[in-house]
Design a protein around this ligand. Structure first.
Ligand SMILES: Cc1cc2nc3c(=O)[nH]c(=O)nc-3n(C[C@H](O)[C@H](O)[C@H](O)COP(=O)(O)OP(=O)(O)OC[C@H]3O[C@@H](n4cnc5c(N)ncnc54)[C@H](O)[C@@H]3O)c2cc1C
Length: 235
């Protein structure tokens, strides 16, 4: 009997959860993602602070589904959905579907703040986490040969925009490496001058329930950092 074609776009939490829940061998399933691996987003902050290797939070899709003969995988970007024709258009061609599941996740929300959108680094993909890591470490390398005091001061400020759980985790992790890791790796830099700043101001961009949740996280997460004597400055 001919099986219905199901296309799932996105191998994030939602796409994977759907595929693990759907009855096995009932449909002819095509999983499409622009990456060939699942990214475990909750630990991006550890990659961004050099505490974890990217491979530790990347799970190859072909390995996850190696026992599922009903699931084919294609690595490509979906460009268009041709609803009338029941087709999706991708960089490697068109694919027909009977049922379409769109699980493409979200993008970083700057809440309309163009300055932040232009100048800040994002944290929504493994690639972006690596970019944060490389930028911070490259700054420390540059610091060693910089003589301009103002520039040195700038390079020793890490400002985190977004004081929700991720911002709190990220600032806590930077405070941790400031105390335990960086002074050993860069012995000629005075890391007592490194400031990890988490402006509470950005909480005004969130809704009331989000503010309450972020405040709770701040309370939970910052206490251990004070105990480490490597506090995050909450301005
Ligand atoms: C830094 C960070 C920390 C987090 N921490 C937590 C936490 O501790 N606990 C918690 O519960 N949640 C946490 N979250 C939220 C959680 O990770 C998300 O809610 C969840 O990943 C959303 O799942 P999703 O499947 O909807 O989207 P995603 O996981 O974003 O997956 C979307 C997938 O679609 C693919 N895709 C997108 N567009 C296309 C396209 N056009 N063509 C092909 N493929 C495409 C992407 O490559 C991606 O693989 C965190 C998120 C972030 C960013």
């Amino acid at each position: 009997m001919k099986r219905n074609k199901v296309i799932v776009i996105g191998a994030g939490f939602a796409g994977l959860q759907f595929l693990q829940s759907i009855e096995k061998d009932r449909f002819d399933i095509l999983l499409i993602d622009r990456l060939n691996h699942h990214q475990f987003q909750p630990l991006f902050y550890q990659v961004a602070t050099s505490q974890l290797e990217p491979s530790s939070i990347s799970f190859p899709l072909r390995h996850i589904f190696q026992d599922r003969k009903d699931i084919r995988i294609r690595m490509t970007s979906v460009r268009k959905i041709l609803h009338e024709e029941h087709l999706i258009r991708t960089d490697i061609g068109d694919f027909p579907y009977d049922f379409l599941i769109i699980a493409t996740g979200a993008q970083t929300n700057f809440y309309g703040n163009k300055e932040i959108a232009t100048h800040a680094l994002k944290l929504k993909t493994t690639h972006e986490a690596i970019t944060i890591r490389n930028t911070v470490l490259t700054n420390f390398e540059r610091l060693l040969s910089t003589t301009d005091e103002e520039e040195k001061k700038r390079m020793l400020n890490i400002i985190i925009v977004g004081a929700g759980p991720t911002g709190v985790e990220l600032s806590g992790a930077f405070a941790e490496i400031k105390k335990y890791v960086l002074p050993k790796d860069f012995q000629r830099i005075d890391f007592s001058r490194l400031r990890v700043i988490l402006p509470r101001l950005f909480l005004v961009m969130t809704t009331e329930p989000m503010r309450v949740s972020a405040d709770c996280s701040l309370g939970r997460q910052l206490r251990p950092q004070h105990a480490l004597e490597a506090p995050v400055e909450v301005l």
